[in-house]
Each structure stands twice: as C-alpha cells, then as structure tokens.
Design a protein around this ligand. Structure first.
Ligand SMILES: NC(=O)c1ccc[n+]([C@@H]2O[C@H](COP(=O)([O-])OP(=O)(O)OC[C@H]3O[C@@H](n4cnc5c(N)ncnc54)[C@H](OP(=O)(O)O)[C@@H]3O)[C@@H](O)[C@H]2O)c1
Length: 276
C-alpha cells in the first residue's frame, strides 16, 4: 500500500489529493492544525472505502512540531512514497506575527516546515520504489525575493512581502534538495497550480475575503480539475532530482529564482537558524 503524506491535507488542494489517493487505495496521512477539519475529512472519507486515511494534528508554524511530526512519521512509516507539501495560511494584511520560536509566521509555516519535512523524511522517501516530493507554491511567478539581510523581515515587514519571500524560499528549497539528494532517486517537484477555488479565502480578513471569494467564483479552477495534472506528475515523476511546473507546463530553471548558489546559501542559513 502506497504511503502518501500530505501537509495541509484537510482543505483545498491537499484535501482533494488526499481523497484522490484514498480512492486509489493508498494509505493517506493528512496533516492540519485544526481537529474539526481533520474530523470532517475522516467523515467524508468513510464513504470511500478503497484505502486508509489518518489525520495527524500538528501546528506546522512550529519547528519543534514539524520535527516531532517527522519523528512520528518515520517511526510509523519506514517507507514514504509521496510527500505533498500544501500547508499554508496567508497573512496578507495586518501586523507582523512571530511564532513562539521567534520566526516570522509565513517564513515558519510556509518555508521552515517544508524544509524540516523535505530533509527529515529523506530516508523514508529513499526507501520507496519511485519517491516524489511535491512542494505546492508559485514557481514561475516573478514576484518577491529573499531578503538576505533580514529574513525575518523585522525592518521591512509587509504581509505580501513575507508571503512572496516564502514562495521564493520554496523555489530554492527544491533546487537545494535536488542538488543535495541527487542520486537518491527522489524526484522533487516545485508546482504552481494556478488559481484554484480552495479554502484559502476563509483565512483572509474582510473585505479581502469577499473580494477573493468573488474572484475565485469567477476565475478559479475547481479542486478536482486542478489536481488532475498534479496526480499525473505525482504518479509518473520526472527522472531529474528537481523540476518546476506551472500546471502542465514545465518551467525553465535558468532564472534567478532557481539559482543553485542562492539555494545552497539559503540551505546553510536555514540549518543554522533551526540548529541542525
Ligand atoms: N489556491 C490557490 O489559488 C493557490 C495558488 C497558488 C498556489 N497555491 C498553493 O497551494 C497550496 C495549498 O493551498 P490551498 O489553497 O489548497 O490552501 P487551503 O485550502 O487554505 O488549505 C490550507 C491547508 O493548510 C493547513 N494549515 C494551515 N495552517 C496550518 C498550520 N499552522 N499547521 C498545519 N497545517 C496548516 C490547513 O488546515 P488547518 O486550517 O486545519 O490548519 C489546510 O489543510 C499552498 O501552498 C498555496 O500557497 C494555492
């Protein structure tokens, strides 16, 4: 039975993929921070009997919680076939928020948790026949940058800047994993799903929530439609250690967003930040 681990597996794209792989007969482990969403997922899954589904509650804004999740997953599942990274909560407006460990919120949730899981589950992934990691974000979008001198954005915070920095950090995370895990057989995929109607607006303050919901109603793809090309890649991943895709289109890795030197620099800084 394939083991499919999905952070943010209780809503939006992650939930769509969780139910898809459940129907395919996999054992899906869906991670989210709220118990209610986890219970709702399990209730919905009961009607689909093909595979197995588990919900793990974890607040991935915490590096310690991400590490504990890795420890638990690796202990219970020595082989992980697919790791899908979707956990995200946008904080586009409002003041800078830091986690208990002192990291800026978007940096912690959208980037550090993915760093910890991508490297922490390496051995379990490596043990799979055709292992794949899909980091779902916005590769190919030419917005945002890494603020090398102030990664926690203490001087120049804005919600948009923090969100965009976390996206660009994930582009570099994929590059670094590709370099450092070359030869492991793991295919690391940076994936941009385009605009998809998910639970994302629910976490936005008004009036941004209403505007985003209306925009999604008019222009966004549905989750079932958006996950179709994702499952094609997940089931038949490219042979290269790192590739980036915007829906069905494979992206060139030539630009600054995928710079190898920057990727290894951010990797080293991140290791130091979280002491590993
Ligand atoms: N939707 C789009 O148009 C779009 C476009 C481009 C890229 N993306 C990317 O696609 C990915 C999935 O987005 P989505 O729109 O499907 O998101 P979504 O519907 O808002 O779902 C987010 C998921 O993340 C979980 N989550 C949030 N905070 C968490 C925390 N602290 N710890 C653990 N889990 C947490 C949520 O569960 P809880 O609430 O229970 O914690 C939920 O399962 C994201 O990386 C996003 O950036 C989406």
């Amino acid at each position: 039975m394939q083991i499919v681990v999905i952070t943010g597996g209780t809503d939006g794209l992650g939930k769509g993929l969780a139910l898809h792989y459940l129907q395919q007969g996999a054992h899906v482990i869906a991670i989210g921070s709220t118990a209610e969403k986890g219970q709702a997922l399990l209730a919905e899954a009961r009607a689909l009997s093909a595979g197995r589904i588990s919900f793990v509650r974890a607040d991935l804004t915490s590096v310690a919680a991400s590490r504990e999740l890795v420890r638990r997953l690796a202990e219970d599942h020595p082989v992980v076939d697919k790791l899908i990274l979707c956990a995200q909560r946008y904080r586009l407006l409002g003041d800078r928020v830091t986690t208990r460990e002192g990291f800026e919120h978007s940096f912690a949730l959208a980037y550090l948790s993915r760093f910890v899981l991508s490297y922490g589950l390496h051995d379990a992934l490596r043990a799979a026949r055709r292992p794949v990691v899909m980091n779902v974000g916005t590769p190919g979008v030419p917005l945002g940058r890494i603020h090398w001198d102030d990664l926690q954005l203490t001087q120049t915070y804005s919600g948009t800047r923090a969100t965009l920095q976390s996206f660009r950090a994930n582009d570099l995370l994929g590059v670094a994993c590709g370099v450092l895990h070359a030869g492991s057989g793991i295919s690391y995929i940076g994936y941009n799903p385009g605009v998809v109607s998910t639970g994302m607006p629910a976490s936005l303050p008004q009036p941004l929530r209403a505007v985003t919901t209306a925009f999604f109603t008019l222009f966004a793809a549905s989750v079932p439609r958006a996950i179709a090309p994702m499952t094609v890649l997940l089931d038949d991943p490219p042979a290269e250690p790192f590739t980036a895709h915007w829906q069905k289109r494979r992206l060139s890795l030539d630009g600054r967003a995928f710079d190898r030197h920057d990727a290894l620099r951010l990797h080293d800084i991140t290791r130091e930040l979280i002491s590993c």
